[in-house]
Ligand binder design. Structure first.
Ligand code: ZN
Length: 239
């Protein structure tokens, strides 16, 4: 039986797109709410190699939105629990785990992957991911959720604005716990994976080039156009 038969029936992918997916390598930073769902969808779609980076352990307060984990995973490293669950879904999957923070010392791991995907919950990490993606010339799918709303944007180094063109970089965190309505996490993670599938299957032209904002409580979806900041401290000199 062909595991990917229904996916290959989707014409823009087809046999060729699926073959390309199966050679693609994606690094997911953050293996919680966004990252766990991203990893789950990537592995089940047949992405050739998936790297998971997260230093955290599973806590009970995670379980309302982090759908990869169950009570039996409490106290385990998130990347270890995720790997077990994903290998149960596909025993042939290539899943590499990095139980670290994404920081200046671990960022160069990106050089081994084709694509960087944001599953984090804070801006300092996100801005470091943005700088790293620009440095290595790798596409970067960035997203964030808060309350009932989420945003997603894809950076193509040398082609599009970067995250720092949209928002001034900050080293400050989010200042503690913030509210999350769990369904928005799944919506935004699913959109991130759709964009990843487009890129890794050779369909980059289908990727949304604007900032997409979704709010599940006010029922609004908007698309905001941005232009590159020519004085951007991150990508200004690289385009
Ligand atoms: Zn920029």
């Amino acid at each position: 039986m062909d595991r990917y038969r229904r996916q290959k029936l989707f014409t823009p992918l087809g046999d060729g797109g699926q073959r390309r997916l199966q050679t693609g390598k994606a690094l997911v930073v953050g293996c919680g709410a966004l990252g766990g769902t991203i990893a789950n969808l990537l592995v089940r779609a047949g992405i050739g190699s998936v790297g998971l980076m997260d230093h955290d352990i599973v806590e009970v307060v995670n379980l309302h939105r982090q759908l990869l984990f169950n009570e039996r995973d409490l106290g385990r490293r998130k990347v270890d629990a995720a790997r077990d669950i994903l290998l149960a879904a596909d025993s042939r999957a290539d899943i590499e785990t990095f139980p670290y923070r994404f920081d200046e010392s671990t960022a160069p791991l990106l050089s081994r992957f084709d694509l960087l995907i944001d599953g984090t919950d804070n801006f300092p990490t996100r801005f470091l991911m943005n700088r790293t993606a620009i440095r290595y010339g790798k596409p970067f799918i960035t997203a964030g959720v808060r309350g009932s709303s989420g945003q997603i944007f894809t950076v193509f180094p040398g082609q599009t604005p970067c995250l720092a063109c949209l928002i001034p970089p900050t080293d400050e965190g989010h200042g503690g716990e913030f509210p999350i309505l769990s369904p928005i996490v799944q919506v935004i993670a699913a959109i991130e994976v759709s964009e990843a599938i487009k890129i890794l299957s050779g369909n980059e032209n289908a990727v949304n080039r604007s900032l997409l904002v979704v709010d599940l409580w006010t029922n609004k979806i908007s698309s905001l156009e941005f232009v590159r900041n020519e004085n951007c401290s991150v990508c200004g000199g690289s385009l």
